[in-house]
Design a protein around this ligand. Structure first.
Ligand code: MN
Length: 167
């Protein structure tokens, strides 16, 4: 038989479990921060080619362009120190940073620091690169609109001297 006392005991127990769970989550977040581990929302994906990236970067496509949506969407995870080659997008690109710390540079401008929550617009046909900081990785979503104009034109690697100008 379930008495009022039993219900209140169950209530206290449930509240204690919720607190325990919340405290564990806080500890987990702290541990992740200590180890510089990033929150993974999407599958890690395929390792990017050494011809296009310096260091370890992983790409997973989320939306392929089709006749209705001429837009490509995907996720890239850059390990610390990893970055793309210089490149441009014929129709531009939007980056949404979902975790970590990294760099973005439009040619001829200083390197910008980018972090979780930042949204960056890369204009069409402008040479740029993006990647992780030296110590913390970067999770970024990319959106490439109007893919009928093309998706990406790849150029040379970002040399250490340029990459290190960010630090
Ligand atoms: Mn880009």
């Amino acid at each position: 038989m379930i008495t009022k006392e039993k219900i209140s005991v169950i209530g206290i127990f449930a509240a204690a479990m919720l607190c325990l769970s919340a405290c564990n989550n806080q500890n987990q977040e702290k541990m992740n921060a200590d180890k510089n581990e990033l929150t993974q929302i999407f599958p890690k994906g395929e390792k990017g080619s050494k011809d296009l990236f310096t260091g370890n970067a992983y790409n997973t496509g989320l939306v392929d362009a089709d006749s209705v949506f001429t837009t490509a969407v995907g996720n890239v995870y850059f390990e610390p120190g990893a970055r793309s080659n210089w490149h441009s997008h014929p129709a531009g690109q939007i980056l949404i940073i979902t975790d970590g710390v990294g760099y973005h540079q439009i040619e001829g401008r200083p390197v910008e620091i980018i972090k979780k929550g930042y949204v960056i617009k890369c204009p069409p046909n402008v040479r740029h690169w993006h990647g992780a900081s030296a110590d913390v990785g970067l999770q970024q979503l990319y959106i490439v609109p109007n893919t009928e104009k093309g998706i990406v034109n790849w150029n040379e690697a970002v040399i250490d001297k340029v990459y290190k100008s960010a630090e």
